[in-house]
Ligand binder design. Structure first.
Ligand SMILES: [Cu+2]
Length: 140
């Protein structure tokens, strides 16, 4: 009998622990699906930009709080053109911010092209307007 009470108590505690973050999350309108976003990151594979007439090109789809692909690899010293297009549910990810490059663009029904030439190897991060959905350009 004692064991049963303990198990029930543990279950109630577990239920309370699981319930509270969910309640908090429903109050967020913008970046509410952070849990989904983080698990999405594990599945993400870096995509190499395609070299077209000396320009490194890649297309990123914004959907369900994610940039797909979220990691793009490019080579330094060559111009980069990233096309951002909205998926079915772009949410606040439609604001694309490259903080280090001082670029901020709004992606609407038409795709937006972001151009820059990376001078050195490293990582150039981009985020949604709130800095919660993110992706990166890895420069080699
Ligand atoms: Cu956001």
């Amino acid at each position: 009998m004692k064991t049963q009470t303990l198990i029930l108590g543990a279950l109630a505690l577990a239920a309370a622990v699981f319930a509270s973050p969910l309640q908090k999350e429903s109050g967020q309108s913008c970046c509410g699906s952070m849990m989904a976003m983080q698990s999405g990151h594990d599945m993400d594979k870096p995509a190499a930009a395609k070299l077209v007439k000396g320009v490194q090109k890649a297309t990123i789809t914004i959907d369900n709080g994610m940039y797909i692909p979220a990691t793009i690899s490019v080579l330094k010293g060559k111009p980069v053109e990233l096309t951002f297009k909205a998926g079915k549910n772009p949410g606040c990810g439609s604001t694309v911010v490259f903080k280090s490059l001082k670029i901020s663009k709004e992606v609407g029904s038409k795709p937006v092209v972001i151009k820059f030439t990376p001078k050195e190897a490293g990582t150039i991060a981009f985020t949604c307007g709130m800095g919660m959905f993110d992706g990166k350009v890895v420069v080699k």
